[in-house]
Design a protein around this ligand. Structure first.
Ligand code: FEO
Length: 399
């Protein structure tokens, strides 16, 4: 299926309705995804990005609806990750004369993936390539999402093909933002930002300011996943600026795992204390929760409370995937604390505190731990702990 963006500019990508895990099994994609590729038919024929390898034949069929692939003059590879580059070997087998435009970093990462001696041309920010009536203008966007990432802007039609930036894993029957459910779209765009772009938030702000300063007219932002931002295209740019500022809400998330419900009871009593002091919260048992969805709630919340039973002198293993992400995603402006029940050695609380500190999360209060099953007065102490944490949560961010 081909969809027209403007005269001579077409979406030739693929909708992957069945995708439920991405990056191997790293990222949940409850609503599937799309791999967007764009074909520009000017005096030169240009393909911007490709699709994941298993869908190469669908991409080729889409291109053939418009043109003989052998006539492609230029392939722009904005980013080497295989969801966008995986079909390049197929494309270039059918378009043997095409030049492959890459960023400076892409000149290493694309050959690093495919070990092919294609006709590469390296470009830098501000470089222009004339394709007939219009130009392609390139903007390097390192770490949005890999060092090689690049935006391609098409003059005349004023389309910014931003690759991963401004994308979302959202399979839909329609290709434009004004045609789909806005709430679902933003849910997916936010989850994508949180799980993929959060550690690069400072770069996001700088890159957006740099691109806005160019004062390029933008009729559409066409990312490499999800729908094309046609209606009010800069709305997602402004949302990225807001998200990149990382100003969490005065609310809490309580993350825990439990062996015989002692730590669960503590989690719920802490939550009751938070609510008594007027602070909203969500509780997740990490053994049964989707890691990426949990991280969305962590992103939103000022306060992160983590609890675990102690096992083998450590924490329950289910705690660590989210703790590892909390560290790697480099969240800002958060406070935290630890809790847990234990039987004899009781190291979990201290280990969680160490991990929170190593993740840049300020410990708002010493952790709380109780032996065996918590007694009623110990659950009251958990409620008190929750109330104290609530007061810290309501204070303005200074960390
Ligand atoms: Fe959609 Fe970084 O790949």
């Amino acid at each position: 299926m081909v969809v027209k963006l403007k005269d001579g500019v077409y979406w030739v990508g693929v909708v992957d309705w069945a995708l439920r895990k991405f990056h191997g099994h790293e990222l949940s994609t409850h609503r599937g995804s799309t791999y967007n590729a764009y074909l520009i038919m000017d005096k030169k024929i240009v393909l911007v990005d490709s699709v994941w390898g298993p869908f190469a034949n669908e991409l080729m069929a889409n291109i053939r609806e418009l043109v003989d692939p052998a006539k492609i003059d230029i392939v722009v590879a904005n980013h080497a990750e295989t969801d966008h580059s995986g079909a390049l070997p197929t494309v270039l087998r059918h378009a043997p004369n095409a030049e492959v435009i890459v960023s400076k970093q892409g000149a290493m990462s694309i050959p690093g993936h495919y070990h092919e001696d294609w006709k590469f041309r390296k470009v830098s920010t501000g470089d222009k390539v004339n394709i007939g009536n219009n130009d392609l203008v390139f903007v390097e966007a390192p770490m949005l999402h890999w060092p090689d990432s690049m935006f391609t802007y098409l003059t005349g039609h004023n389309i910014l093909m931003s690759n991963d930036a401004f994308g979302h894993h959202y399979a839909t029957g329609f290709r434009f933002n004004d045609e789909v459910d806005r709430d679902e779209l933003y849910e997916e765009a936010f989850k994508y930002y949180v799980n993929i772009l959060t550690p690069f938030s400072d770069r996001v702000i700088k890159k957006i300011d740099e691109v806005l300063a160019l004062k390029l007219p933008v009729d559409m932002i066409a990312p490499s996943h999800g729908v094309i931002w046609r209606e009010d295209p800069l709305q997602i740019v402004m949302k990225y600026k807001e998200w990149a500022a990382q100003q969490p809400e005065p609310r809490a998330v309580i993350l825990y795992d439990t062996m015989w419900n002692g730590t669960r009871q503590m989690a719920e009593a802490i939550g009751e204390g938070l609510a008594e002091a007027g602070v909203d919260y969500k509780i997740f048992n990490l053994a049964v929760s989707d890691r990426n969805d949990v991280l969305v709630e962590v992103f939103k919340a000022r306060t992160v409370l983590v609890g675990s039973s102690t096992i083998n002198n450590g924490v329950l293993p289910t705690i660590m995937p989210v703790m590892t992400d909390i560290k790697g995603l480099k969240f800002k402006n958060k406070i935290g604390a630890a809790f847990g029940s234990y039987g004899w050695s009781g190291e979990a609380v201290k280990l969680i505190e160490e991990h929170l500190t190593a993740s840049g999360i300020h410990i708002a209060r010493d952790g709380i731990r109780f032996k065996w099953q918590p007694r009623p007065e110990e659950l009251d102490a958990c409620r008190g702990f929750g109330r104290e944490i609530a007061e810290e949560t309501k204070k303005p961010c200074t960390t």
